[in-house]
Design a protein around this ligand. Structure first.
Ligand code: PLP
Length: 441
């Protein structure tokens, strides 16, 4: 079943799961256990030596999480996946899995504010330098490479600009230097598959569209199985030098030998980073996310179709200065939307309400159905004013670099009836904009 290529089917049947092996339960059960009994001492020793793969301890693996991991991997067209406690943990793990103190990586400037904090401040304190490249010109990534550059990082559909990242263009540059591209595909599951365009690793905040109901925080790292970690041993020391913490294992060699698959990235993240740093996804939360995952292809269609209808309405509204949506971009950026997004342009819409900060705040406060929350990807429609919330820890300079202008409002269009979404936007815009002088004169 997991060989099936259609996302609607993978979401329900993927992950090598037909029914629970212990009980034949059809729905994936929650395995609320910390540990798993070994058959005998040889079995235990083999599991620890990675001679056999199986359950040891829920900090590293759990059968509920396993189904989620395999389904997300199949949905992304990857080979393996490891789930973690949040999207933030997923991006942290992805970087720490190839960078150590003294190394650097190159990230797109178009990033979620929390990721900017992680990259600019916390990783810097660990001795890992993030170099930022403007993705409008893919060659900017090449200019920043040196001997210590270990990976590239970007988001497929970053807000506020909603400029789709040039995945193939940048991954082609990276592959010349044995540098993998890690893509955060949180905002565009199903409608974009970065691994098909050359990315080596995908990370998700499962909290958003995949969980889809605003109930669970989670994240994951997907291994594309399409990157040769041993091609340039100096470029990827963590995969080519003996790991003293694991009996001298050379991860780039030992994992393909033991598994017959190119899944060194995810195996190392699981057996070293989850082992040492913790941050697993709780099985209850994995179960909650599976409920969302099963309908994410269906929801993405409705999110995209509703967002397009909202955009068509907003474009014509007199109190809206500007609408940002991938299908509205022109030139090369517009071409990238068409090249990389299939089946829709996502749920995120940016608007600049006429009248600046005050009008933006009034608009948000006037919304009746939309929720005012720091989230995206809920089945419900959501709105936020990033300059005073999600991006508020950035400096003014960083805010402008991230494209967060004072009056900018981010909408995450839900799956309610489109007429009701538009009606709520219409009444809130009526309350927010400058008085329509033409109408009163
Ligand atoms: N990546 C993106 C694109 C996000 O929007 C977010 C959160 O908003 C994250 C990562 C972090 O995810 P989490 O909140 O699950 O830690």
């Amino acid at each position: 079943m997991s060989k099936n290529k259609n996302p609607e089917t993978i979401a329900l049947h993927g992950g090598d799961y037909r029914s629970d092996p212990a009980t034949t339960a059809v729905a994936v059960p929650v395995y609320r256990t910390t540990s798993f009994q070994f058959n005998d001492t040889d079995h235990a020793a083999n599991l620890f030596a990675l001679k056999e793969f199986g359950n040891i301890y829920t900090r590293m693996m759990n059968p509920t999480n396993d189904v989620l991991e395999k389904r997300v991997a199949a949905l992304e067209g990857g080979l393996a996946c490891v789930s973690v406690g949040s999207g933030q943990a997923a991006s942290t793990f992805a970087i720490l899995n190839c960078c150590q103190s003294g190394d650097n990586f190159i990230s797109s400037t178009d990033l979620y504010g929390g990721t900017v904090n992680l990259f600019t401040h916390t990783l810097k304190k660990l001795g890992i330098e993030c170099r930022y490249a403007d993705p409008s010109d893919p060659s900017n990534f090449e200019k920043l490479i040196d001997d210590k550059t270990r990976c590239f990082y970007a988001e497929t559909l970053p807000n506020p600009y909603l400029r789709v990242f040039p995945i193939k263009e940048v991954s082609d540059i990276g592959r010349k230097y044995s540098i993998p591209l890690i893509m955060d595909n949180t905002a565009s599951p199903v409608i974009c598959k970065p691994l098909e365009h050359g990315a080596a690793v995908v990370v998700h905040s499962l909290t958003k569209f995949i969980g889809g109901h605003g109930t669970v925080i989670g994240g994951c790292v997907v291994d594309g199985g399409n990157f040769d970690w041993t091609k340039d041993p100096k470029r990827q020391p963590l995969f080519n030098e003996p790991d003293a913490s694991y009996g001298g294992a050379v991860w780039g060699q030992v994992v393909p030998q033991l598994t017959g698959a190119n899944v060194s990235f995810v195996v190392r993240a699981r057996v070293c980073l989850l082992r040492d740093l913790g941050a697993p996804l709780a099985p209850d939360n994995a179960w909650g996310i599976i409920q969302g995952l099963e309908t994410v292809p269906l929801r993405m269609k409705q999110h995209c179709s509703n967002a397009q209808k909202a955009v068509d309405f907003l474009k014509k509204h007199k109190n809206v200065e500007r609408v940002i949506y991938p299908s509205l971009h022109e030139g090369e950026v517009g071409e990238r939307s068409k090249k990389y997004l299939k089946g829709g342009n996502g749920a995120l819409v940016g608007i600049e309400v006429k009248g600046g900060v005050e009008a933006g705040k009034k608009f948000i406060e006037s919304l009746k159905m939309f929720y005012h929350v720091a989230n995206i990807g809920d089945a419900r429609s959501l709105a936020i004013h990033p300059a005073t919330t999600t991006h508020s820890q950035l400096t003014e300079e960083e805010l402008l670099a991230a494209g967060v202008t004072p009056g900018y409002v981010r909408l995450s269009i839900g799956i309610e009836h489109p007429d009701d979404i538009i009606a709520d936007l219409e009444q809130a815009l009526g309350a927010s904009g400058k008085p329509n002088l033409k109408a009163v004169s």
